[in-house]
Design a protein around this ligand. Structure first.
Ligand code: BDR
Ligand code: CA
Length: 309
């Protein structure tokens, strides 16, 4: 098996942290670059967290800072889920400094030096950095094997009634990515609701022995509040679903679908309109993940992250 060269664009973020560790623990992925957006808690925190997360895994992958804010709107902090520090109060040792440069430049440079259809591009936050990279050098899309996103919802949102956070934060950037001519996949809120972390799940996961990354994963899971949207039964572990898709697609049920994002100014801003039943007869623009084998997912998560330092 040849590991897939991979770029991860993220905004850590409690679930981003766990997604990064899952990716870094997995031989199927060769993570070559981590780029960071401001996301929920702002670039100072998300970059410090990304540096610490990569370092705790014992890896020296470049972490490059990108956009604090979205293309069209100022930065808006949303600390309710991840806490002020973005990691639910779980302290990690400081990582090495950021790599020099700007995310979009680093993404383009890596793609430029890669063969056709070879690089997997993962988006775990608002996709501003990815949109800037492709908007400024669109020909590089031919280097992409797949763009794998955590974004959107076909039912209701989690930041507004209509919109999921990543899609809502930068809908113009998401619209741009949805229009690129390459393979795409998406884990929406409807999928990640099936990766529900309940007290029982945490108890089962805690039976696995592991190093510092696994201990930090458990600490993060224990720190997160149950979600009102999930009836307080637990909380969805969003971003690791996107990585699990790349590692073990057999855990998922998926279908081709056409998706658009509402970029209007009204209450529907950021809503993803996903045509699961081909009512609009438009060509599919992504592989939509619909169902998840949650037992298999949590087993994969534990077995992989527990291998890290
Ligand atoms: C998404 O928003 C962020 O808070 C999470 O990290 C995830 O990427 C879920 O809506
Ligand atoms: Ca995220």
């Amino acid at each position: 098996m040849t590991p897939r060269p991979t770029i991860i664009d993220c905004d850590p973020g409690t679930d981003d942290a766990i997604a990064l560790w899952l990716a870094l623990a997995s031989p199927e992925l060769d993570v070559r670059l981590v780029t960071v957006a401001g996301g929920n808690v702002g670039l100072d925190r998300t970059t410090a967290n990304a540096r610490a997360i990569v370092a705790l895994a014992g890896r020296a992958i470049p972490v490059v800072a990108g956009a604090e804010r979205s293309l069209m709107a100022p930065f808006r902090a949303e600390t309710a889920v991840h806490g002020d520090d973005g990691l639910g109060g779980v302290r990690l040792p400081e990582g090495p400094p950021l790599a020099p440069g700007i995310a979009a430049d680093a993404i383009r440079a890596l793609l430029r030096s890669a063969p056709a259809r070879s690089v997997t591009v993962v988006g775990l936050g608002p996709v501003t950095n990815l949109a800037l990279a492709f908007a400024t050098e669109p020909a590089l899309v031919d280097r992409v094997a797949e763009i794998a996103l955590m974004s959107g919802a076909w039912s209701e949102g989690n930041i507004t009634p209509a919109a999921e956070f990543n899609a809502w934060n930068d809908p113009e950037a998401l619209a741009m990515l949805l229009g690129l001519g390459c393979r795409r996949s998406m884990a929406t809120l409807d999928l990640t609701a099936q990766a529900l972390v309940t007290p029982q799940v945490i108890e089962d996961l805690a039976r696995h022995q592991g190093g510092a990354c696994w201990q930090a994963t458990l600490a993060i899971l224990r720190a997160l509040p149950p979600s009102r949207r999930m009836g307080h039964r637990g909380f969805p572990l969003h971003d690791p679903c996107t990585i699990a898709w790349l590692l073990a697609p057999k855990l998922f049920g998926a279908r081709d679908a056409h998706a658009e994002v509402d970029c209007g100014p009204g209450p529907g801003r950021g809503r993803t309109v996903i045509d699961r039943w081909d009512r609009l007869r438009r060509p599919p623009n992504l592989m939509l993940q619909e169902t998840l084998d949650s037992t298999g997912f949590f087993t994969l998560l534990a077995e992989r992250i527990a291998r890290l330092p």
